[in-house]
Design a protein around this ligand. Structure first.
Ligand SMILES: [Zn+2]
Length: 449
């Protein structure tokens, strides 16, 4: 395969497997500009992304806002960390052509502004127009590096199947609350390509939240009331837990006891159990447990896991008055979702678009089904090189079906379309219809009056 063939985007199906293997050696993890060109040319769901960002404003309904999509910021990160911000697109073709031409290593999505972000300077010169965001999905960013003090299998950007369940449980807790407590329906969870997850809440009501309202929602999810110098990260002081925390506790406690305790060996060494003991406010109780655990652990007669034995022992000590909430506080300290609060609070934060390819891992940022999030395995997410290999293996086809259906990306795109995009667009149309009818009715009323 020559470079020219990649460039014109037509003859690139003759990538042969040997060539791929040679290239795999070169690019190591499967990230390569030519691969990326093929990916954007054949697999990236341009039209679906554009439909999503249009939220039903496709010009087909009299109540459509024709300027809507053109006021959305797209940001591209090009090779060598060149950022191209404040781009806007008025049609799916425009978006697709620009992506194919610039071949961005990363695509970020920003807010919808009051004016076309690409023309913000012209508007500013024209008068007192303040360039400001007016709509933005409610977004959440959860990064496993924020759990480094409670996971012992990996650190930094690394992630494995022992620590990934921390992300799974975060999805469960936040998703349930967004639906049950806030009544949101159109929620998209996306793997960030390496070490975390992103959440996009796309209901009209969520998109129109002010920064103040976003901050209030952030506070709702915030159980960390300490500061960096305090060991205690969670304080559940109220006599009765808020229903949200009560419900979260019912999810987090079994996860902590049945999974996290032994997967992370939370009590296996003095250094580790000290971290737990620091969370016990009663110094004499902590000292007693420390004393017991510092002596060489006896082999448990029941054959039970050391972590489980120590946790059970700790629980029996927590029956004392004043320590009632302590077990829950420990569970929350280790397992409660750790959100990047700044991302959620402000409308103008950029967030990586779904279906981007992570430049370090080569993995595609695929959606995660929150109802089946425990099945999600970040180590088997399609990579750029495996996808192109799959395309190549299947050979050329004449029919016009989507090329992605021939690859392992197909099921991710069809999940995105059928479970997220279609219901979202249906509700956008209904919202548009009802606000239009209300306006028509209003003008009728004013006429007859
Ligand atoms: Zn790990």
């Amino acid at each position: 395969m020559t470079k020219e063939e990649v460039g014109d985007g037509r003859d690139d199906m003759d990538v042969d497997r040997d060539e791929i293997e040679v290239r795999q050696g070169i690019v190591e993890l499967g990230f390569d500009t030519n691969y990326l060109k093929l990916y954007y040319g054949k697999l990236f769901p341009h039209a679906e992304m554009f439909k999503w960002m249009s939220y039903g404003n496709d010009g087909k309904h009299p109540a459509c806002d024709q300027s809507y999509i053109g006021r959305r910021e797209f940001s591209f990160t090009l090779e060598n960390d060149i950022y191209v911000r404040f781009q806007s697109f008025n049609s799916a073709v425009e978006l697709e052509n620009s992506i194919k031409e610039k071949c961005p290593f990363k695509i970020d999505i920003g807010p919808v502004y009051n004016v076309d972000p690409a023309k913000r300077h012209a508007y500013a010169q024209a008068g007192d127009n303040v360039f400001t965001p007016v709509e933005r999905e409610l977004i959440f960013d959860i990064d496993i590096t924020d759990y480094d003090d409670v996971r012992y299998c990996c650190s930094g950007a690394d992630v494995c199947l022992e620590c990934w369940p921390l992300m799974t449980i975060a999805i469960k807790v936040i998703d349930t609350s967004l639906r049950d407590d806030f009544g949101f329906n159109h929620i998209l969870w996306v793997y960030s390509g390496r070490r975390g997850v992103h959440c996009w809440v796309c209901d009209g009501r969520a998109r129109r939240l002010t920064n103040e309202q976003r901050a209030a929602i952030t506070d709702y999810f915030c159980v960390y009331k300490g500061n960096d110098n305090s060991h205690k990260k969670v304080s559940l002081t109220a006599t009765a837990l808020h229903p949200f925390l009560e419900r979260s506790s019912k999810v987090l406690t079994p996860f902590f006891e049945e999974k996290l305790l032994h997967s992370q060996n939370l009590f296996a060494s003095e250094e580790r159990f000290e971290k737990v003991l620091e969370l016990i406010p009663d110094e004499s109780v902590a000292a007693q447990l420390r004393g017991e655990w510092q002596v060489k652990p006896r082999s448990s007669t029941s054959g039970e896991d050391l972590n489980v034995v120590r946790w059970k022992r700790l629980k029996t000590k927590m029956k004392a008055p004043g320590l009632r909430r302590c077990c829950e506080e420990i569970v929350f300290s280790y397992a409660y979702p750790r959100l990047d609060l700044e991302v959620t609070k402000h409308m103008n934060h950029l967030l990586k678009a779904p279906f981007c390819v992570h430049p370090k891992t080569g993995r595609v940022c695929v959606p995660i089904d929150p109802d089946r999030c425990e099945e999600f395995d970040p180590t088997t997410v399609p990579t750029l090189s495996t996808l192109l290999e799959e395309l190549n293996r299947e050979g050329l086809r004449d029919d016009t079906e989507n090329e992605w259906d021939r690859t392992s990306l197909g099921k991710s795109i069809s999940f995105f379309t059928s479970s997220f995009l279609q219901p979202l667009l249906k509700s956008c149309k209904e919202e548009m219809e009802s606000s239009y009818n209300a306006k028509v009715q209003q003008s009728k009323n004013s006429l007859s009056w």
